[in-house]
Design a protein around this ligand. Structure first.
Ligand code: BMP
Length: 215
């Protein structure tokens, strides 16, 4: 059972299990479970193995499901309900879907995380110009956190200040962002996938991030 204290948490990496190789993920999850805050599970695993895969992983730690829900309220709510009934604690929704859809999901999940701004360059086209409005909306709807990019760490600070919400920040390592910079700018949790998952020694890689040996 993890202590949900956003200010004092030290195991603040959320490990993105972005592959459909369940056995590989299970063995890495077993190895590093004590060292990460949560596991993030998305489309590759869910499409290949179905929702029941969440039951298996939820025995090993806290699960955040990331299928970036982006639909009308009734459909978004039903999707979120299905995910939650399989042991997911957290659910990620796209912020751009707006207030009514996010509210619908809020009502059926334990923890709601809203994407305010994304880490890839394409975010600058449409999402980033709206990210501050999304952050305020998420705060008004009592989300548990925002997703904000480690590839633009200064945006973490802005979005955190505007919303007062915890920040989950992806984009470290393979996408060019820095763990240290994300934390310095206010990230509470850092979402990392490939840098750890493709490493020869995932546990060591995680410890390198925590100790400052991997930036
Ligand atoms: P990686 O560390 O391998 O780049 O993986 C990043 C993870 O964070 C992926 O699961 C991706 O879906 C997610 N993510 C992201 O990269 N940028 C965002 O803006 C939002 C995300 O959820």
């Amino acid at each position: 059972m993890f202590v949900r204290n956003y200010l004092t948490v030290d195991r603040n990496i959320i490990l993105a299990l972005d592959t459909d190789d369940k056995d590989k993920c299970m063995s890495i999850a077993r190895l590093v479970g004590e060292q990460v805050y949560a596991f993030k599970i998305g489309y590759p695993m869910l499409l290949n193995h179905g929702l029941s895969v969440l039951d298996s992983f939820s025995e090993m730690g806290k699960i955040i499901v990331d299928i970036k829900i982006a639909d009308i309220p009734d459909v978004s709510r039903e999707i979120a309900k299905m995910i939650t009934s399989h042991g997911a604690t957290g659910v990620i929704v796209q912020g751009f879907i707006g207030r009514d859809s996010i509210k619908a999901v809020r009502g059926v999940v334990k923890e709601l995380f809203v994407v305010a701004e994304m880490s890839h360059p394409g975010s600058l086209d449409y999402i980033s110009p709206q990210s501050e409005k999304i952050a305020i909306m998420a705060s008004e709807l009592r989300a548990d956190g925002l997703v904000a990019p480690a590839t633009r760490p200064e945006r973490i600070k802005v979005l955190k200040n505007i919303s007062g919400l915890s920040i989950l920040s992806p984009g470290v390592g393979t996408q060019g962002g820095s763990y240290d910079e994300a934390i310095k700018n206010g990230a509470d949790y850092v979402i990392i996938g490939r840098s750890i998952m493709l490493s020869q020694d995932p546990l060591q890689k995680i410890n390198e991030f925590y100790s400052g040996r991997s930036k």
